[in-house]
Design a protein around this ligand. Sequence first.
Ligand SMILES: Cc1ncc(COP(=O)(O)O)c(C=O)c1O
Ligand SMILES: [Zn+2]
Length: 406
Amino acid sequence: MKSAITHLECAKCAKRHTHEKLQNLCDCGGPLVARYDLRAAARTLTAEALRLRPPTMWRYAEVLPASERVTLGEGMTPLLHTRRLGGRIGLEALYVKDEGLNPTGSFKARGMAAAVSRAKELGAVKLAASTAGNAGGALAAYAAQAGIPCVVVMPADTPEANALECRAFGAEVRKIEGLISDCGRYVSEQKTREGWFEVSTLKEPYRIEGKKTMGYELWEQFGGKLPDAIIYPTGGGVGLIGMVKAFDEMEAMGWIGKARPRMVAVQASGCAPIVKAFADGAASAAFWSDAETIASGLRVPKALGDFLVLAGLRATQGTAAAATDEEMLRAGRELASLEGIFAAPEGAATVVAAAKLAANGWLRPQESVVLFSTGSGYKYHEAWRQALEGQSRSPVAGASAAGLDP
Ligand SMILES: Cc1ncc(COP(=O)(O)O)c(C=O)c1O
Ligand SMILES: [Zn+2]
């Protein structure tokens, strides 16, 4: 099936740009988003057609950019009804979308599959990105599959597995003393000199497109409808922005009506710029100084798309919540021991938020709620060691060992 893409549009000033050449940001500094002829897309992208398509994110080809795919089989991850965990926190219809089962163990595979496919198609010769960790691993894998060299720039204290996987995939890894914001500055300074096409978060248009497929999959997995609420661990916010965009596209194609799942952004207490901005009623977030959390993917002190995340939360009557590292580690143990899901701390943060929002009545017991477990725990040895040491110091029998305090 052919992509129905027509052009790119600036998310800030609405200026139109062509999708037929490599693009980074708009002249105004705003991120670019892909637009499609959705009437044309809807003619072939139907529930009936989907039944016959392979279980990868490329089943939504009409609303994805590339015609030549660089793929490792990303997408269509399981949606698990987590009854025991739900019982613990008082939510009957609690689901976990296990994104840790994607290639390279995180949802970053979706975005990078789309971005690298399109970059290759448009002639990029060397790719680069700043990363909190998992996006680097995904970039390195898809660049390897594409046969394009790449440079990954990450904070020096990123989990070791992220640097190892990048090197295994043949990427050049540069470590920076600092945060992802410092890595971002480094890539901006170097890219022209070194001839890189930058694929850092929101610096090119197509990672949103790959990640929005999580929203399309939910519609299929819920049998042609959407859940009442979605809880998403938010760093740069690409998945949240992408799903909100997917729902708008689905409405335009006649798949759904006006109602939307309430979107919830979860951040780490040690780096919660979106949570603060949401509480303050602000349209964008301020830089968060001294960002610190074990959830490396949430250590994003300033997101380029913060205004889009905040708009998405407000447009859907959503909210924002924070989880401490301690809470994430305990919730991760609970998710693992009650449900058999070995999650990254970012995913565990969604369990903390669900417990808090169920306890204060924001989530009602019968509502369908989806938690995004965005990455596999297998890459987070450092965090898991800490989580399990904590457990052995205070052994408590049974399911309440992880004892979420809402
Ligand atoms: C496991 C995990 N979860 C969540 C995030 C945050 O993702 P986003 O940038 O889409 O907010 C990251 C980003 O690195 C991640 O690695
Ligand atoms: Zn613009």
